[in-house]
Design a protein around this ligand. Structure first.
Ligand code: ARG
Length: 460
C-alpha cells in the first residue's frame, strides 16, 4: 500500500529504508505539546473564519487534548511510516474522531506547522534557561557578598598582577551571565512571530486570519513573508550562538575552578559531591563537573557550526534539509540546561581558602603598581616610577622577600621620596581598598555591586 498521507500520487510504497531514513519521529516527538497547541489555535482560527463548524472544532480540540494525555502517559506508539510528529498526531486524531480530523490540515502545511512548533518549543526552553541563569547569578551574588573582603591575586597572563577581592572576581562572572541573559531575551523577542498561514510556502487560498492565530499562541504578530516564514532557521542559529557564548563563559569559569582546586593553587575547595576519585591514584580528587562543562562547550560550538552549515546554501523556501535542525537544537538546550543546573548547585558549595589566597597575593609583588602610584603622588613621573619599582622588585627577588618586607632604608636606595607611609600602600588591604570607584575591586564597591545585582535579580 502507498503512504496514507500522500498515497494518491504514488504508485508504490516508500522503500522501507527510505522511510526510516527520512523519518524524524524518533527525535521530533519532543515537540508534541507545541504541535498540539499550534493545531488547537489553527482549529479555532478555522472555526472563527467559518471553515470548520463549532462541532468539528470541539471534537478536534478534545481529541488533541486526549492525544496529549496519551502521549504524556506513553500510550502512543510512534509510526515510522507516519514520518514525523505532525503526521503521527494527525493520523491518531483521525483514528479517534474520524472525518473532522481530516479537516484540521486545511490551509496549513507541515512547513509552517514545524516552523511554528520549533519557535514555540524554543520560546519555552529559553524561559527555562533564563531561569537557570538567574539561579547561578543569585548564587554568585551571595558568595560575592560573603567574600567581599577576601583578597586574592588578580591575574593577567595568569601571572600575579594586582590584588583583587574574590567577591570582585565572582561579580565579573555575574556580569558575563548578565549579558548572556539579555542576548537570550533579544533572541526570544526576534523569534516571537507566528509562521502559521504561510502554509507550504506561498500562503493559502482560504480566508484565514493570521493575526488571530498569532495572538492565540502568544506571538507578537504573524511573520511578514510566507516564503521566509517556512525556510529560515536563523532564530535557531541565533539561539545556538547565544548558547555557545554562554558555554564559552561557563568554560572559562570552569577553567578557573579547575586551576583553583589544584594542590598548587588550593584557592578553593569543591565539596566531594562535585568531584570523583581515581581508580588507581588514591590521593586524587578530580573536579569532574567543571571539566565536563568545559568539554561540553565544544559540543555546543559544534551544533552552531552544524546549523550554520545546514542553512548556508538553501534556496527559498522549505527544504528537507531543515529537518536536521532539531537534533543540534535539542542537544544544545539539554546541554545548556544541564550545565547551568550544575553551576547553580556548585557555586554555593565553593569554600574559599582565604588565607591561602591572600598569601598568594602577598608573594607575587601584587602591590608593585601601588608603589609606582605612590611615587607619582610624591611628584615622580610615572615612567620613572615604573623603573624605580622595577629595580626594587629585582632587589627583593634576590633577597626572596616581598616589597612590604624591605626596610625603609632599603627602599630609599631606589628613591629618596619614599617615607614610612609607604607601608600603607604596600599592604594588600590598602591596595584593594584604594580602588574605590564604581566597578572597582574595593570591598565596599563589591558590596555595592552585589546590591545592584540583587536589585536587578529581584525584578525578574
Ligand atoms: N519533519 C519535517 C521537518 O522537520 C516537517 C516538515 C516536512 N515538510 C515537508 N515538506 N517534507 O522539517
Amino acid at each position: 500500500s502507498t503512504n496514507q498521507q500522500w498515497g494518491g500520487r504514488f504508485s508504490e510504497a516508500t522503500d522501507a529504508f527510505v522511510a526510516s531514513f527520512t523519518a524524524s519521529i524518533h527525535f521530533d516527538h519532543r515537540l508534541y505539546r507545541h504541535d498540539i497547541n499550534g493545531s488547537i489555535a489553527h482549529a479555532k482560527m478555522l472555526t472563527k473564519v467559518g471553515i470548520l463548524t463549532a462541532a468539528e472544532s470541539d471534537s478536534i480540540i478534545t481529541g488533541l487534548q486526549e492525544i496529549a494525555d496519551e502521549i504524556a502517559s506513553g500510550k502512543i506508539e510512534w509510526s515510522i511510516a507516519l514520518e514525523d510528529i505532525h503526521m503521527n498526531i494527525e493520523a491518531r486524531l483521525t483514528d479517534k474522531i474520524g472525518i473532522a480530523g481530516k479537516k484540521l490540515h486545511t490551509g496549513r502545511s507541515r512547513n509552517d506547522q514545524v516552523a511554528t512548533d520549533i519557535r514555540l518549543y524554543l520560546r519555552d526552553q529559553i524561559n527555562a534557561i533564563l531561569f537557570a541563569i538567574t539561579r547561578v547569578q543569585q548564587a554568585l551574588t551571595e558568595l560575592a557578598c560573603q567574600e567581599a573582603n577576601t583578597i586574592m591575586p588578580g591575574f593577567t597572563h595568569l601571572q600575579t598582577a594586582q590584588p583583587v577581592t574574590f567577591g570582585h572576581h565572582l561579580m565579573a562572572w555575574y556580569e558575563m551571565l548578565e549579558r548572556d541573559y539579555s542576548r537570550l531575551e533579544d533572541c526570544q523577542r526576534r523569534m516571537n512571530q507566528c509562521p502559521l498561514g504561510a502554509a507550504a510556502l506561498a500562503g493559502t487560498t482560504y480566508p484565514i486570519d493570521r493575526h488571530y492565530t498569532a495572538q492565540a499562541l502568544n506571538f507578537d504578530q504573524p511573520t511578514g513573508n510566507s516564503l521566509d516564514s517556512v525556510s529560515d532557521r536563523d532564530f535557531a542559529i541565533e539561539f545556538t550562538a547565544a548558547a555557545s557564548i554562554i558555554m564559552m563563559h561557563l568554560s572559562r569559569m570552569s577553567e578557573e575552578l579547575i586551576i583553583w582546586t589544584s594542590a598548587q593553587f588550593n584557592f578553593i575547595d569543591l565539596p566531594d559531591r562535585f568531584c570523583t576519585g581515581s581508580s588507581i591514584m588514591p590521593q586524587k580528587k578530580n573536579p569532574d563537573v567543571p571539566e565536563l562543562i568545559r568539554g561540553k562547550t565544544g559540543r555546543v560550538y559544534g551544533h552552531l557550526n552544524a546549523l550554520l552549515t545546514l542553512m548556508k546554501a538553501q534556496p527559498l523556501a522549505y527544504n528537507k534539509d531543515n529537518q536536521e535542525d532539531k537534533e543540534p537544537l535539542f542537544d544544545t538546550v539539554d546541554t545548556l540546561l544541564g550545565c547551568l543546573r550544575a553551576y547553580g548547585d556548585m557555586i554555593p558549595a565553593i569554600r574559599a581558602n582565604r588565607d591561602i589566597m591572600c598569601e598568594a597575593a602577598r608573594k607575587g609583588f601584587a602591590t608593585a603598581t601601588d608603589l609606582a602610584d605612590y611615587l607619582v603622588k610624591k611628584g615622580v613621573a610615572f615612567r620613572d616610577a615604573h623603573e624605580i619599582v622595577g629595580q626594587s622588585v629585582a632587589y627583593a627577588l634576590k633577597k626572596q622577600q616581598d616589597l612590604s618586607e624591605l626596610s625603609l632604608e632599603e627602599l630609599q636606595q631606589f628613591s629618596t621620596v619614599i617615607t614610612s607611609d609607604v607601608y600603607n600602600v604596600l599592604t594588600l588591604e590598602g591596595s584593594v581598598s584604594a580602588r574605590n570607584h564604581f566597578g572597582g575591586t574595593a570591598p565596599s564597591q563589591v558590596i555595592e555591586a552585589t546590591n545592584r545585582a540583587q536589585n536587578n535579580l529581584s525584578k525578574r
